[in-house]
Design a protein. Structure first.
Length: 196
């Protein structure tokens, strides 16, 4: 089978972690890609490093994408993606910027690019339920993500899933089916209907 990966794009609370967990449950080859992180905040799910190390990787062309958010620096390094694919793993990358999804798509493998969306109220409820201490900051990012989508309203997606309407188990099954069958063509169209 052709090597492949999954890009999950969406605002905070859209279910990227939950859908990733369901993908891994469905098929253990699905592996959450741990981005490099330098700075404060959550540590689970990241490879902690320094801003200097991220800068060094950028200088040598080893980064697919980097961004700053919540007072921290994040990066996706080419070598780690390559290593997962070489080990017959299916990397699952979490993204919050359309620019980042495009940068990752440039890496030569078959990517299933999924837009996970939910309402602002759903984000609020989920962030509170999981104990986030920075709910206001995450709601601000929800609005930034919405604007990012509006700014790229015709961006093609392999799948668009409303996680406040679709069960995470079903979402994972659909993603895996599309990945293995290649049956879905890119979803194009005005995203304004989705984000309101």
């Amino acid at each position: 089978m052709t090597p492949s990966g999954v890009i999950l794009y969406g605002p905070p609370g859209a279910g990227k972690d939950t859908v990733s967990a369901e993908l891994s449950h469905l098929n253990p080859a699905f592996t959450l890609f741990q981005r490099l992180k330098a700075g404060p905040g959550r540590t689970a799910g990241y490879r902690l490093t320094t801003a200097g190390h991220i800068n060094d990787l950028a200088r040598t062309g080893e980064l697919l994408y980097r961004n700053a958010r919540y007072g921290a620096e994040y990066a996706i390094d080419r070598a780690a993606v390559k290593s997962l694919l070489a080990a017959d793993r299916i990397p699952v990358l979490h993204m919050g910027q359309v620019e980042g999804t495009r940068a990752v798509e440039a890496f030569p493998t078959h990517w299933v690019k999924v837009l996970l969306w939910c309402s602002e109220e759903t984000t609020r409820e989920r962030c509170i339920a999981r104990g986030d201490k920075d709910v206001d900051a995450r709601l601000k990012v929800w609005h930034e993500t919405r604007q990012d989508l509006l700014d790229h309203a015709t961006e093609p997606w392999t799948l668009v899933i409303r996680t406040d309407e679709v069960d995470p188990v079903e979402a994972a099954q659909v993603i895996d089916f599309v990945r293995t069958s290649g049956s879905a063509s890119k979803v194009r169209g005005d995203i304004r209907e989705l984000v309101g």
